[in-house]
Design a protein around this ligand. Structure first.
Ligand code: NAP
Length: 559
């Protein structure tokens, strides 16, 4: 048997050893398929390997985030907290990989730099950062939705002599925060978690906020043995519910019409939701919150009042209340005592729309009207979302078609899983799939299952090439775009619409249709319909090329 490292051909190469890659390799290993996982990181875990910043945790209920594929695993694993933290989540993924013997299929510290489709052989030729060239019939892009961090384009950013990092690259060794003057730039889901966590650990914290985000309490808590036993009994029901709800959570929207109930009834519901854990406030709300400006404005004002009640200085409270968008049209970060942080004497909020950061210096940073000294600068400034990880690889399909060029103004896909012109290239949690708009792992399992079944189909039929048709791709992309038109979210200045002020071409207004907004049930039924109709929308070749490839494999093995 060839050793990993000297072997050059696989039937399947999975790129990424995060939640999707781990599950994908499990399914391939079960089938005895010759496959490997490549990851640029030093170990498995993806998102949970990288994001080690203090406060990093789920805001999906832990037991809806875990894998659903193994009863044994479900029975063995005890989620200790309702919203589990990064170290525990990473431990979970390691336990899964070890339990199912998956680590042996994984190769780390190898970044895929290029993937070119070889039309004569129906296989992908990959260039790896360590100099190797690998080939595979199929590649599965388990590259993550938020895996390319982006930093502000600020003058002098490299000058700073203290510690400075993006939250995604928070150091592996402990960072001593005690007695330190710390800056956090950015107040998205990440900023809100890290700010709330470190405020009482540092000497002084300065938060540089460009636009505030709507946020509401997470209500985390421990999960006792008894509760966990109950969850285990209910797992089947929990996952069934997740597959029936739009967001892939246990939370279901309130089916009453916003205008059918009195204002008093609406407030009664909101008071209840504000005290409930997780995304209840967002996803158990009236459906009009997502589509109707007036309904959204009334609810946003309700949340604004909650913020005013929690922040002592009303001038600061007003700065923390978004004025340019309504609640829930951007991804809602969940928080634990976030607003109370601004009642502390050691925390300052700087509104950088009023006084922009003009430069980073060796010892701190300058805004339009002040100079600040820091020991640590933390960038919680977001990601080149969804397509970023694809753009970072030189991917070329049929006729040398560069995916980067094809997607220059936004992605276009078939079901979010395939791209016309890039055969045998699968994206289980790709742009325009159900993954980004749902509880990630629920969407990821769906995507991995679907892509694996498609490979099963090809193996059974002896097909060596699957290419989504141009018409099928156009029709899916049109469908995805159409669904944006009813959502208030279409105007969001957030990664949901491809906005990122730190990347050229991602300015506000150049909408990228990244997310499938039709909800999980509709997505599931559409992808099932394609599969059940002999993969309508995908062109397959005959197996005639198989022989050629086998000959090449044999020649290579003989070397
Ligand atoms: P984000 O939501 O994109 O937020 C980035 C923040 O940085 C925003 O406040 C943004 O301000 C600010 N920013 C960006 N560039 C800046 C610049 N040049 N100068 C000043 N401020 C700048 O990114 P994120 O917080 O990392 O979250 C991304 C996604 O990751 C979330 O939406 C969520 O899906 C996921 N996430 C999940 C969890 C969880 O599950 N618990 C936790 C963290 C993150 P503007 O708004 O003005 O652009």
């Amino acid at each position: 048997m060839e050793m990993e490292g000297t072997k050059t051909h696989y039937e399947v190469i999975v790129i990424g050893a995060g939640v999707a890659g781990i599950y994908q390799i499990k399914l391939l290993a079960d089938r005895g398929i010759d496959a490997t996982v490549l990851d640029a990181a030093g170990d498995l875990g993806g998102t949970w390997y990288w994001n080690r910043y203090p406060g990093a945790r789920f805001d999906s209920e832990s037991y809806t985030y875990g894998y659903s594929f193994s009863k044994e695993l479900l029975n063995e694993w005890h989620w200790k907290e309702r919203f589990s933290s990064q170290p525990e989540n990473l431990r979970y993924l390691n336990v899964v990989a070890d339990k199912f013997g998956l680590r042996k299929y994984m190769q780390f510290n190898c970044k895929v730099e290029a993937a070119h489709f070889d039309e004569a052989q129906d296989l992908w030729r990959l260039k790896i950062s360590d100099g190797r060239e690998l080939t595979a019939r199929f590649i599965v892009m388990a590259v993550g939705l938020l895996s390319i961090p982006t930093l502000p384009r600020l003058k002098g950013r490299d000058q700073f002599k203290g510690l400075s990092f993006h939250t995604f690259s928070w150091p592996h060794e402990p960072v001593d925060l005690k007695g330190k003057k710390v800056a956090v730039i950015g107040t998205g889901a990440t900023g809100i978690q890290v700010i709330a966590d470190i405020a009482d650990k540092v000497a002084h914290l300065t938060v540089f906020q460009r636009r505030p985000n709507w946020s509401a309490p997470l209500h985390n808590g421990p999960i006792s043995d008894e509760e966990m036993a109950d969850i285990r009994r209910r797992y089947e029901e929990i996952f069934t519910t997740c597959s029936r709800t739009p967001g892939g959570f246990e939370h279901e929207p309130d089916r009453r019409g916003f205008y059918e109930v009195s204002r008093e009834e609406r407030v009664k519901l909101w008071d209840k939701l504000y005290d409930m854990p997780g995304f209840a406030i967002w996803l158990r709300n009236f459906r009009e919150i997502f589509t109707d400006e007036k309904a959204n404005a009334e609810f946003s004002e309700y949340i604004a009042d909650r913020i005013r009640r929690r922040v002592k200085d009303q001038k600061i409270a007003e700065k923390l209340i978004p004025k340019d968008h309504g609640f829930g049209v951007q991804r809602v970060p969940m928080e634990t005592n976030y607003f109370e942080v601004y009642n502390r004497d050691n925390v300052e909020l700087v509104d950088i729309t009023e006084t922009p950061i003009t430069e980073i210096t060796e010892t701190g940073l300058r805004t339009a009207d002040r100079y600040f000294e820091f020991d640590i600068i933390v960038y919680a400034t977001g990601f080149d979302a969804i397509t970023g990880a694809f753009d970072h690889i030189d991917i070329r399909g049929l006729g040398g078609q560069k995916l980067r060029d094809l997607w220059a103004e936004g992605p276009t896909t078939f079901l979010g899983f395939m791209v016309h012109g890039s055969p045998n290239f699968f994206m289980p949690s790709g742009p325009q799939s159900g993954s980004a708009s749902t509880n990630f792992p629920r969407g990821i399992e769906t995507g991995v299952n679907w892509c694996t079944k498609l490979m099963d189909y090809m193996w059974a039929h002896g097909y060596t090439r699957a290419n989504a048709t141009e018409e099928a791709q156009q029709s899916w992309t049109d469908h995805v775009k159409k669904m944006y038109s009813v959502m208030l979210m279409r105007k969001a200045k957030s990664w949901f619409t491809g906005y990122n002020s730190n990347i050229e071409g991602h300015e506000y207004g150049k909408t990228r249709y990244f997310v499938y907004n039709g909800g999980q049930p509709k997505f599931l039924s559409q992808i099932a319909e394609v599969a059940n109709n002999s993969y309508k929308g995908i062109d397959f070749n005959s197996g005639s090329l198989l022989a050629g490839l086998k000959a090449e494999d044999a020649a290579r093995a003989g070397k």
